[in-house]
Design a protein around this ligand. Structure first.
Ligand code: FAD
Length: 588
């Protein structure tokens, strides 16, 4: 005990020493402000017959779409169409303490749209300017250099694009006690070395960045719009794009994307068009669910599926919507002597086996907050697992959440340690359920259908067991003597988030535990893979004037958590496009 405490103390001191150095890493010389934010207009302000045409029309003002729009607007006229509203002035978006309330808001125009995969796991997708960065847990951690090499990005430009994001919206967390406990527990359990405060993806234990500032205020990808040219950038909110318009006249080798059709907040239809420049493009940044959905609705996809929905085929491509994946997450509930302070994710253990360990804790401290929830793991936000098909409803989740009010208070005293696996080999698909873009398509992830994924889950749970046995975690338990794994597995199955049919061997077979308690950490990706739906530059194969820039192009979610790399990719692709068109004159 004495020697391991000394090790932890050493690491704490090291972290303190490193902190001031790290704090200065990548900081802007002049503070970034929102004074150049373009006006955020409602879609109904768009006038039919409007003579303006655009160099770029970007569909989806999300994590990738905002930095991309800002960058392209430095030289070209850009129209950004976002189906959701503004994040500004929305307390559920802006304050960390309201994380859960925002996610459980089921209003048709709320920033979070719930969906249930056919696997039975409840999930969420963003519906707000700023996209996932407005509803996520805020953790900021870059992709590994091997990921950057794998996807073939220019490392020099990547290394310039990450700081472009970081200096505007990323901070170091003031580490919460539960996150400090995980850091120490990971190190004592051998997930070493301690890499201090760093955005980099390196094996061992680290504290990453966050988009929440020290007051708990959230900075989002929407803020990055202020880095663009407001005179060149038109942003429309509540603009739901339901179709890409193609010019398929005979004589053309390929159909060319020339515009989009969208609906405003009053249900009125509009069209917007590109100018006639051959380099002008529609860029779809509608996310891993929204982008394949829009391609399908626009006639690009498997022809039989399109015909089933009476969608005229522009291009048969059997791969659209295929290869969808989500990083499965399983969590262990750890009761503590006193309720820990709320925290989302700040610390991560990166193991050589491709299993990442993170943690969350506590209640929202807001007076507006719902009581009796389990923070990031709340049933209120839909963290249910595989339940019988007929019970897979949001109503079931809400009923469960309501019933939790009757649970003893003690079950809410505690935190979670989460494990999730990198690059799941189990993949699935996305298909349309109807032709209304507002409705979710049907998504299947096939969690743990590949045995290696299941093996890695078991490895992750065993790693958590080692962490639990450390002094750091024994000290947190009610009697200071620690908790048996059987007890916490049992509580994890029963007390927290599951409506799943229990199996009697859940606490004996870790494989069964993994399958029965699988949930999401919302890192779903794929559906428009490189070489199948898009080329190396993310231009849609088989048509012209159409590109995809978002998480749908990934075969593996980048980093421990993806938002850093998705924002970086928006900036990166913007610079790439400008340089291709303008060479040195691009000035970026
Ligand atoms: P999005 O950011 O979702 O952008 C897509 C945008 O397109 C949305 O704004 C959407 O409204 C819009 N759109 C969709 N369809 C249309 C249409 N037809 N017309 C017009 N607009 C449309 N990552 C981390 O790194 N750290 C975390 O802590 C973290 N926690 C998470 C917690 C939650 C609850 C969630 C949901 C995600 C979390 N993530 C986290 C994941 C990360 O936020 C996402 O992977 C990332 O934001 C996805 O970016 P994207 O650009 O692909 O899509």
């Amino acid at each position: 005990m004495a020697s391991s405490s000394r090790v932890v103390l050493f690491f704490e001191l090291l972290a303190c020493l490193l902190c001031p150095f790290e704090l200065s890493q990548g900081k802007a010389k002049e503070p970034f402000t929102l004074k150049n934010l373009p006006p955020l207009q409602k879609a109904s302000s768009y006038h039919a017959g409007c003579a303006t045409t655009y160099d770029y029309i970007i569909v989806g003002g999300g994590t990738a779409g905002c930095p991309l729009a800002a960058t392209l607007s430095l030289r070209y006229r850009v129209l950004l169409l976002e189906r959701g509203g503004s994040p500004y002035g929305n307390r559920n978006v802006s304050y960390m303490e309201n994380f859960h309330i925002g996610l459980m808001n089921r209003a048709p125009d709320s920033p979070s749209q719930a969906f249930i995969s056919t696997d039975g796991v409840i999930n969420a997708r963003a519906r707000v300017l700023g996209g996932g960065t407005c509803i996520n847990a805020g953790f900021y951690s870059r992709a590994s250099s091997s990921f950057i090499q794998e996807v073939g990005w220019d490392e020099d430009l990547v290394n310039k694009s990450f700081p472009w994001v970081e200096e505007k919206i990323v901070q170091w967390p003031k580490i919460a006690p539960w996150q400090a406990a995980l850091r120490d527990g990971l190190l004592q359990a051998g997930v070493a070395p301690f890499n201090g405060y760093t955005y980099d993806h390196v094996s061992g234990t680290k504290v990453g960045g966050t988009i929440f500032d020290e007051t708990g205020y959230r900075h989002t990808a929407a803020d990055l719009l202020a880095a663009g040219d407001p005179d060149n950038l038109r942003v429309l909110l509540h603009a739901s794009v339901h179709k890409i318009v193609f010019d398929s006249r005979q004589g053309r080798l390929k159909a060319r994307a020339i515009g989009v059709q969208f609906t405003d907040e009053n249900g009125r239809h509009h069209q917007a068009f590109l100018n006639s420049n051959k380099d002008s493009e529609i860029i779809v940044s509608a996310g891993a669910i929204g982008t394949p959905q829009l391609l399908l609705l626009s006639g690009i996809g498997p022809k039989n599926d399109l015909k089933n929905h009476n969608i005229p085929v522009v291009l048969h491509n059997k791969y659209v919507g295929k290869g969808m994946a989500d990083n499965p997450m399983n969590s262990i509930f750890i009761p503590t002597r006193s309720p820990p302070r709320q925290s989302l994710i700040e610390t991560v253990g990166i193991t050589e086996e491709g299993v990442f360990i993170e943690a969350s804790s506590g209640f929202g401290q807001s007076s507006e907050s719902v009581h009796c929830h389990h923070g990031i793991m709340s049933a209120e936000i839909g963290q249910l697992s595989t339940i019988p098909p007929k019970q897979r409803t949001l109503e079931a989740a809400q009923k469960y959440a309501h019933n939790k009010l009757n649970l003893p208070k003690e079950v809410f005293h505690g935190g979670f340690i989460l494990e999730k696996i990198d690059g799941p080999l189990s993949t699935g698909h996305l298909v349309l359920t109807d032709t209304d873009v507002r409705n979710n398509p049907a998504v299947t992830f096939n969690y743990f259908s590949h045995p290696q994924d299941l093996n890695r889950c078991v490895y992750g749970i065993k790693t958590i067991e080692r962490i639990l046995k450390t002094n750091r975690f024994s000290e947190l338990s009610a009697d200071g003597a620690g908790l048996s794994m059987e007890r916490v597995l049992n509580m994890s199955v029963q007390a927290n988030v599951n409506l799943i049919p229990k199996h009697t061997n859940d606490t004996e077979s870790l494989e069964q535990f993994c399958k029965d308690t699988v949930i999401t950490i919302w890192h779903y990706h794929g559906g428009c893979h490189v070489g199948k739906v898009v080329d190396q530059h993310y231009r849609v194969l088989g048509v012209s004037g159409l590109r995809v820039v978002d998480g749908s192009i990934f075969s593996r979610s980048p980093g421990t958590n993806p938002q850093a790399t998705v924002m970086m990719m928006g900036r990166y692709m913007g610079v790439k496009i400008l340089r291709k068109r303008l060479g040195r004159a691009a000035g970026v």
